[in-house]
Design a binder for this molecule. Structure first.
Ligand code: GLV
Length: 320
């Protein structure tokens, strides 16, 4: 049996690969395998350990063939995998929920602070040698603790971790999603809202929904117009949840004040309009990039593979 791992894992996770009941081939190229390298690596594999950037479609599943038992995604999101095609072929799909919530919430709040207090602009101003002197009106931003409202779109495990941070900052918290009416959410002071009401009332809107057919371009021109003129959009979910061209326009004409983005519609390409704007903070999809978190993600993916290859139930299957 052979396991194909599409990227070098962190050291903490890589050491666990020795326990797998199979030979392990790790993609050795510098970055991600291209299409033909992915198809070639998948050939005859019993397990694939994949990343968000690997498009696991029918062709990849068929390249692996009848030996393939599991696709273990090194991510909580599984929009890169054709789940129906995997199910048709009896292939188990797993992901890494739970182990990355705090890391993604930290990065989310980093972007909330960077945009609300204009840290990117401040850094560029100082770094460029622009003359400056302390002044009451210099780089004025939004006070989170002065009654600002955070709107969490898609309150799940990660959204809940973001809500805990927002509560510590004294923010009012609105959220969409069935979990917004749970006792856990109520205890955190979360108020359930539909998307329209949330957009109307929030100073900061943070996206935490998975990418599905119903969330693709959930935030487009109309939704951006519905946000407050001083509002900030944060996206650490998936780029395609936002219509990026509409966002560029909204940031450029003052429809909204700023955005903090860890994900992009055509990743790793970034809309050229975003690169020209000063009121955007950009990160290269590093939401879960804490060392311990990445160790846990890799370990969980490996544990799922070990379970399935030894005839046990996967630990964290993707529910169909
Ligand atoms: C990262 O984007 C993930 O889905 O874990």
């Amino acid at each position: 049996m052979r396991v194909f791992v599409t990227r070098q894992l962190t050291d903490g996770a890589a050491s666990a690969m020795g326990d797998l009941p199979a030979s392990v081939e790790v993609f050795e190229g510098g970055g991600a395998p291209d299409r033909s390298e992915l198809l070639e690596g998948a050939r005859g594999a019993a397990a694939l350990l994949t990343m968000v950037t690997d498009e696991v479609d029918e062709a990849v599943l068929d390249a692996a063939g009848d030996d393939l038992r599991i696709v273990a995604n090194h991510a909580v999101g599984v929009d890169n995998i054709d789940l129906a095609a995997a199910a048709e072929r009896g292939v188990v799909v797993t992901h890494t929920p739970g182990v990355l919530d705090e890391a993604v919430a930290d990065l989310t709040f980093g972007l909330v602070l960077a945009t609300s207090r204009r840290i990117g602009e401040a850094d560029r101003m100082v770094r460029s040698g622009t003359p400056w002197v302390w002044g009451p009106r210099v780089l004025i931003g939004l006070d989170l603790s002065a009654g600002a409202t955070l709107g969490i779109v898609g309150l799940g495990r990660i959204g809940m971790a973001v809500a805990r941070r927002a509560r510590a900052f004294g923010m009012r918290i609105l959220a969409t999603g069935s979990r917004a009416s749970s006792a856990e959410a109520r205890d955190l002071g979360v108020e359930p809202a539909d998307l329209g009401a949330l957009l109307d009332a929030s100073d900061v809107v943070s996206l935490h929904c998975p990418l599905t057919d119903s969330t693709r371009h959930l935030i487009g021109a109309a939704e951006l117009r519905r946000m407050r003129p001083g509002a900030i959009l944060i996206n650490t979910a998936r780029g395609r949840v936002v219509d990026e061209a509409a966002l560029v326009a909204a940031l450029g004409d003052g429809t909204i004040a700023a955005a903090g983005l860890d994900v992009f519609e055509h990743e790793p390409q970034v809309h050229p309009g975003l690169l020209k704007l000063d009121n955007v903070v950009l990160a290269p999809h590093i939401g879960s990039a804490g060392e311990a978190t990445r160790d846990r993600m890799g370990q969980l993916a490996i544990d799922n593979i070990a379970a399935v290859l030894t005839g046990k139930d996967p630990l964290t299957p993707v529910s169909a």
